[in-house]
Design a protein around this ligand. Sequence first.
Ligand SMILES: C[S@@+](CC[C@H](N)C(=O)[O-])C[C@H]1O[C@@H](n2cnc3c(N)ncnc32)[C@H](O)[C@@H]1O
Length: 370
Amino acid sequence: MASTEPHTAPPTSGLEAQHPDAENTSDTSGQVLDDDDDAASSQVQPEITRADDTDSAYGDEISTYSASVRSSIYDYPERYGRTYHAYKEGRYALPADEAELDRLDIHHHLCLRAMHNRLYFAPLPPDFAGRVLDVATGTGIWPIDFADMHPAAHVIGNDLAPTQPAMVPPNVHFYIDDVEQDWNYAAHEAFDFIHVRFLAGSIADWPNLLRQCYAHTKPGGYVEFQDWNTWLYSQDGTLPPESALNKFHQLTCAGRHAQGFNMMPGPHLEKFVKDAGFVDVQVRKIHLPLGPWPKDKFMKEIGVINLVQMDKAIEGICLGVLTQLPPEAGGPWSWEEVQGFLADIKKDMRNKRFHSLYDFFVVHGQKPES
Ligand SMILES: C[S@@+](CC[C@H](N)C(=O)[O-])C[C@H]1O[C@@H](n2cnc3c(N)ncnc32)[C@H](O)[C@@H]1O
């Protein structure tokens, strides 16, 4: 693992944090102020450096990253004009380029709004000062917001790709890591809170991820998972089975599943978390409409944000899955075939007659005290 050097500049996410006092008053957890700033504009490639023994949260054995590995992390492979992560190339299907990072920051905004401006639901105290891990952090926007909200906390984000900004709060550190490998934290480095968001299609072995989360959570500490069921549906039957939009979900969910990755972890999170040994498990199911079709003002807003992020996501998903399909599954698709399909999907996504939505799950649990 390599670390991206922490900097002491102000946070870059553009979201100003505050503790909730308006809603769910029994729960003191993560609310941030809404803000129209363009969070995506702050992406800067971080400098990969050897983790310093005095600031590394990973222990001595992790500080051995070689120069050759460091440079290879930046040797981004390119396919069809999109660039992908270099470390463990091929492990993750989506690009790691500017367009995808923009999309992830819009997705972060979608989660915040859908969760009524909360970063998390776990019952952390307002003066929380513990150790936090954000697993597979992406652009690092969640840990940056969390660190801003809880300046006394020590927040770590890890990912296959060094796609986090350099300008971050002083209590945030980023590391390159494959979270499906054994975690190398020492016992004294256990976490008070582990957050895992939006890993649909990323994780091959969810029970193993949960086992590692449990092993590295302090007694009394919390985990929170926030994830999708990426299966699109309509409650009123308005999403035609033969539509390009429906075909996109069928093909890509089945295709990624055949590659060994679950695209629909959301509904399974409760069982994963309970099976791992966490207690007091709380589950929330949140509807995420796709497009501006809902009459309700709030749901319309969610639908529009979701449309914007899906609009940016579908090319990466189709290139990552459909161009890799084996012949027996109708593949591999050519770049031209993908582009034609994308045009049809985009048209369907804007069709207000299709009342389509996804389910998004937020599940938190506590590790028993003893
Ligand atoms: C859909 S993004 C979500 C990012 C972030 N959790 C968020 O909610 O904004 C999935 C992320 O998982 C990372 N990822 C996928 N497989 C991984 C692995 N085995 N180890 C570490 N990171 C991984 C990808 O690089 C990508 O940044």
